[in-house]
Design a protein around this ligand. Structure first.
Ligand code: SF4
Length: 526
């Protein structure tokens, strides 16, 4: 929508028929906290963070939480709770798990005149958090007033009550784990030491009419971090160290939380490596006995025995998801994914005979020192072994990504340009797959992958590029054009950051960054 020549995102009040919606009688002096997810409603409501903010903040005295989601297709911000604008908030908490979300966030804030340089008032303060901002907040330098580094539960009260001040930014600047743009001092990441003591949302909100992305059910976070620290994996490095909730706590959450979900007796587990949790089998046994269904996240190869496959199937899961990343056995251990084709063939064969609808496999192409010929040879071996067994069309769904260098991972030393250089490889996958009817393939657009890497490894200059792009009605090709015409300011896009990427000096990730360098050297030499 254009108003006086400027583009303005439409804000609409679009309440849903929801279960567990909180109606809080506000008072004029209450702190108004906006929770902004730059995603459509059904994707946003799959995020546990949305439920956490909503329930937790509404339990605080003197504070009300207002949810806002973004309908990308209609370019509309939907207010879910009241007929109120983002502009009327005292503080806006923005959740940004992925780098590409920054484009939508900047677009929304720019069009409402809420970017830090546009605002004439000190409110609403814009506070962004999530995995990607924790790894590298520089690309948000001109978009956010403050960035939470790490796990927000540690400081959520202080963040909310900072909005009581005339100048929230002053209070935010004194908090631990908060990065303020252009400040050079280093910030320690916040880590919840004991997950049993961390707040877990129980009264999760659901629309009766729009099913969330992972279906209806109680979302339960079992663990954070991951033991395996695969060198391409942002989440395991940023969420380090590995921790899990106790069996007793999880059972308590299930017992209480399911009472609030009349639509389904089903749990949706969030864990990066489900069977690394010592009580995982016991928990599944209990659910089966209690007649509760479960959705289990992507699993590691070596964790999948036939009895576990049967158990997961009995709990109602019909698609089995694994992320072997490569079929090249000799390379797999280097990237934390030890496995061999024989094991994979056994798992797929078992899943097929048990009755799963699909097996979904995540693969990455473009690892250094791994040739495309080796990748294709190994994949062909795998498919040949299955072609006489699996008769169902598109039973195996391959999702192919190109290796994207991410901050705080050993591959952070590669330049974003590396993604485009690997893009030729995907043709070979397409050519191979078309001979196998039981396989389908979904391939990442290399340009999106490149844009993701440019933002992930970006600096303050990049933040200005994002702003420029949204002011010019940003599209992917517009963004890439602006990046290429500013390449002299963004040398890292082609050359990488060398041994001292900027985020290393401003974030304390609570592990020794030298490990990244040594592991990168190893991966590049062996
Ligand atoms: S097993 Fe998965 S979640 Fe864990 S480090 Fe590896 S890729 Fe990341």
């Amino acid at each position: 929508m254009y108003l006086n020549g400027d583009y303005v995102v439409k804000e609409i009040f679009k309440p849903r028929r929801e279960i567990n919606k909180i109606v809080k009688r506000g008072r004029p002096n209450d702190i108004r906290i906006g929770i902004l997810f730059p995603l459509p409603y059904n994707a946003a409501s799959s995020s546990l963070v949305l439920h956490l903010f909503y329930e937790y903040i509404n339990e605080l005295q003197d504070a009300i939480a207002y949810r806002f989601v973004y309908n990308i297709d209609n370019d509309e911000i939907e207010s879910l709770d009241y007929n109120i604008s983002l502009r009327d908030m005292d503080l806006i908490l923005v959740s940004a798990s992925f780098e590409l979300d920054y484009l939508n966030i900047a677009h929304i804030l720019n069009s409402l005149g809420l970017l830090p340089h546009q605002r004439r008032r000190t409110k609403p303060a814009i506070v962004v958090g999530g995995l990607a901002p924790t790894a590298n907040p520089f690309p948000l330098s001109r978009i956010a007033d403050a960035v939470v580094i790490g796990e927000v539960e540690e400081i959520i009260n202080e963040v909310v009550y900072s909005a009581q001040e005339d100048v929230p930014l002053k209070a935010l600047g004194n908090l631990k784990c908060v990065w303020i743009p252009h400040r050079e001092s280093s910030v320690d990441k916040c880590v919840v030491g004991n997950l049993d003591q961390a707040f877990h949302p129980l009264k999760q909100v659901y629309s009766i009419d729009e099913e969330p992305v992972f279906g209806y059910g109680l979302r339960i976070e079992l663990s954070r971090g991951c033991l395996y620290m695969c060198p391409f994996c942002l989440e395991s490095h940023v969420a380090y160290p590995y921790r899990f909730r106790s069996y007793e706590t999880v059972c308590r959450v299930i017992e209480k939380g399911l009472d609030y979900i009349p639509l389904a007796k089903r749990t949706i587990f969030y864990s990066l490596s489900f069977f690394s949790i010592p009580y995982a089998d016991k928990l599944l046994d209990k659910l089966l006995k209690d007649g509760i269904q479960a959705s289990i996240p992507s699993l590691r190869l070596e964790h999948l025995t036939k009895s576990r496959l049967e158990m997961i199937f009995s709990l109602g899961q019909k698609t089995l998801t694994m992320a072997p990343e490569t079929f090249v056995t000799s390379y797999s251990c280097k990237i934390g994914k030890c496995g061999c084709i024989d094991d994979l063939v056994d798992i797929v064969t078992n899943a097929y005979s048990i009755g799963y609808n699909h097996v979904k496999l995540y693969l990455i192409t473009g690892f250094p020192r791994l040739s495309i010929d080796e990748e294709i040879y190994a994949l062909k071996l795998f498919l040949e072994r299955l072609k006489n067994t699996v008769k169902k069309r598109k039973f195996i769904e391959i999702s192919l990504n190109i290796l994207i260098p991410k901050p705080w991972t050993p591959f952070q030393y590669l330049p974003p340009d590396y993604v485009l250089k690997s893009s030729d490889r995907i043709k070979m996958y397409k050519n191979l797959i078309k001979d196998y009817k039981f396989v389908s393939i979904d391939i990442m657009d290399p340009k999106w992958g490149f844009a993701q890497a440019v933002i992930a490894l970006g600096n303050t200059e990049l933040s200005s590029i994002i702003i420029q792009c949204v002011k010019e009605n940003c599209t992917l090709s517009r963004f890439l054009n602006i990046v290429s015409s500013n390449i002299d300011k963004l040398r890292y896009v082609i050359e990488g950051w060398g041994r001292e990427p900027p985020w290393i000096r401003i974030i304390n990730m609570k592990f020794n960054p030298l490990y990244l360098e040594y592991r990168f050297d190893f991966l590049m030499k062996h």
